[in-house]
Design a protein around this ligand. Structure first.
Ligand SMILES: Cc1cc2nc3c(=O)[nH]c(=O)nc-3n(C[C@H](O)[C@H](O)[C@H](O)COP(=O)(O)OP(=O)(O)OC[C@H]3O[C@@H](n4cnc5c(N)ncnc54)[C@H](O)[C@@H]3O)c2cc1C
Ligand SMILES: NC(=O)c1ccc[n+]([C@@H]2O[C@H](COP(=O)([O-])OP(=O)(O)OC[C@H]3O[C@@H](n4cnc5c(N)ncnc54)[C@H](O)[C@@H]3O)[C@@H](O)[C@H]2O)c1
Length: 458
């Protein structure tokens, strides 16, 4: 180990938020060291948001071409994975090379070190034979990695996680997806639209089980139209791989055992935090914890801040960036606003998309809120005009005592965009009475919010 190197700030893990903290702190004049063992920018640009949304965009263009038959004549589209694989490799990830991101970081004045970093006490980090002592402290942004469930035979097979799936050069002829959360659902539909025969296995009674049941129902209906076999309430008993094919033994919701045979197996059954081997014990924290507890300034201990997925406040890029802004304000002695999580927005980019903010009805009830719900299971004139792919719903969850929304969900062709006004309503605690006075343009998708408000009653 080299002798101590004195700096102002070490950012350990350069996911979207860590990259932002390092850049902004350096611009503010701090001597900053940024450390990452993999790619600067983290999961989102290389294996997450960006390549997955590129794949979804391509897959949805195929689906739109199929809708021409109903709407506008005929169109023949032949699925070819080559353009999207090339776009992901060349435009999104530069062949999974972060040279540009490293350069951008260094141009901002950050000293970058590639390697596995570990805390070695408050404000101290060891990496690649070097030891940094940071006067201000350390920002931890180590993110998550794909988790593999303890299924007999799974370990050691060549199953895909999101990382391999998003480096695919062709759509497999057949695919089993384990996990019907955001990753599993988005990628199952994208591959299905490219022609893969897809089966999706989910232990919960429904896909997208963290969202409103009415939203899951809309997406499940679309999956049925896409020809995806959804086995919800099912369990995976074992996995075997032979001659380049997978045999996945599943017990379905009715207790029947069946074997799914496929070219590829994608495991999207959740993530594990990168916390076990970052020296948390040296700063008095539990390395076995699922998350790092933070206060409203993202402080996690003496000379320690934590941001991103490891804080357990929502595993989203926008959350990592939001928390990064807060940590920078705290580090540079600026004023708040400090963290508030009552209006966390999220979008699952299936088609229809599911946008959601704040609490679901069940979460609000569990929290003891006096709940009133407004629901529409159709998207009004615009949904009808849209025709194929026009299904959706809007659900509003009101705190009746306070008279404002505490949660909302919008599913539909532009569910993530309709979310915008709902997120503002929940964030700013706009009185429901004021929302009712709003004029909703005709015939927009967001006009369905007025139908949900009518259902909520006055
Ligand atoms: C397929 C997929 C699709 C997604 N789509 C979306 C989406 O559409 N919208 C959205 O908001 N979110 C999406 N997400 C989630 C999003 O990618 C994450 O929330 C986001 O990357 C923020 O993570 P993070 O900042 O915690 O760090 P991460 O992005 O996980 O990065 C952490 C970094 O820390 C590094 N690291 C870890 N341990 C060490 C160590 N000891 N030493 C050195 N370096 C270390 C890692 O190499 C990594 O680069 C998606 C995720 C996946 C997997
Ligand atoms: N659009 C987005 O914003 C977006 C997209 C993808 C991922 N993400 C983020 O990434 C995180 C991880 O996504 P994810 O989909 O891997 O995790 P998740 O926790 O959201 O979903 C995992 C799913 O797998 C199921 N599961 C677990 N073990 C299983 C088993 N043995 N057999 C069958 N099903 C099993 C769970 O019940 C759950 O529904 C999410 O929390 C999300 O915040 C966000």
């Amino acid at each position: 180990m080299s002798e101590d190197q004195h700096v102002d700030l070490v950012v350990l893990g350069l996911g979207p938020g860590g990259e932002s903290v390092a850049t902004e702190a350096a611009k503010a004049g701090m001597r900053v060291v940024g450390i990452d063992e993999r790619l600067v920018g983290g999961e989102c640009p290389y294996f997450g948001c960006i390549p997955s949304k590129m794949m979804i965009r391509a897959a949805n263009s195929l689906e739109e071409s199929r809708r021409v038959a109903t709407l506008a004549g005929s169109a023949e589209a032949t699925p070819d994975f080559t353009p999207v694989a090339r776009r992901i490799r060349e435009e999104a990830t530069t062949d999974w090379d972060d040279a540009v991101a490293v350069q951008r970081l260094e141009d901002a004045g950050v000293r970058f070190v590639r390697g596995h970093g570990r805390l070695a006490g408050p404000g101290v980090v060891e990496v690649a034979g070097q030891r940094f002592v940071a006067s201000a402290g350390v920002v931890l942004n180590t993110g998550t990695a794909p988790a593999a469930p303890p299924v007999d035979g799974l370990a050691g097979t060549g199953f895909w996680t999101n990382r391999e799936a998003l480096q695919a050069t062709e759509a497999p002829a057949s695919l089993v997806v384990v996990g019907g959360g955001a990753i599993g659902s988005e990628l199952a539909q994208a591959f299905a639209r490219f022609g893969s025969r897809v089966s999706l296995v989910e232990t919960a009674p429904r896909i997208l089980s963290l969202e409103e049941p009415e939203a899951s129902e809309v997406v499940a209906g679309a999956f049925a139209e896409d020809g995806i076999q959804v086995l919800a309430g099912a369990s995976v008993g074992s996995v075997r791989e032979a001659d380049g094919r997978f045999a996945v033994v599943v017990t379905d919701a009715g207790g029947t055992e069946l074997t799914l045979d496929a070219d590829r197996l994608l495991v999207a059954a959740g993530r594990r935090p990168n916390l076990a081997d970052v020296g948390l014990d040296t700063v008095g924290l539990d390395p076995a914890a699922r998350s790092v507890e933070v206060d409203e300034r993202m402080r996690a201990g003496e000379k320690l801040w934590a941001i991103g997925d490891i804080t357990g406040k929502g595993a989203f890029t926008h959350m990592s960036m939001y928390q990064a802004g807060i940590a920078v304000r705290d580090l540079t002695g600026s004023d708040g606003p400090w963290a508030s999580y009552h209006a966390v927005p999220r979008v699952t980019y299936t088609d229809p998309e599911v946008g959601a903010v704040g609490l679901t009805e069940q979460q609000a009830r569990d929290a003891g809120v006096e709940v009133r719900v407004g629901l529409t299971t159709a998207l009004g004139s615009r949904g009808w005009i849209h025709g194929p792919g026009g299904k959706g719903m809007v659900k509003l969850v009101e705190d009746a005592a306070a008279g404002h929304l505490v949660g909302a969900t919008s599913a539909g062709p532009t569910g993530g965009e309709v979310l915008s006004m709902l997120a503002t309503a929940v964030h700013a605690r706009v009185p429901t009475a004021v929302l009712r006075e709003q004029v909703f343009a005709y015939p927009t998708f967001h006009r369905a919010v007025s139908d949900a408000l009518a259902d909520l009653g006055s």
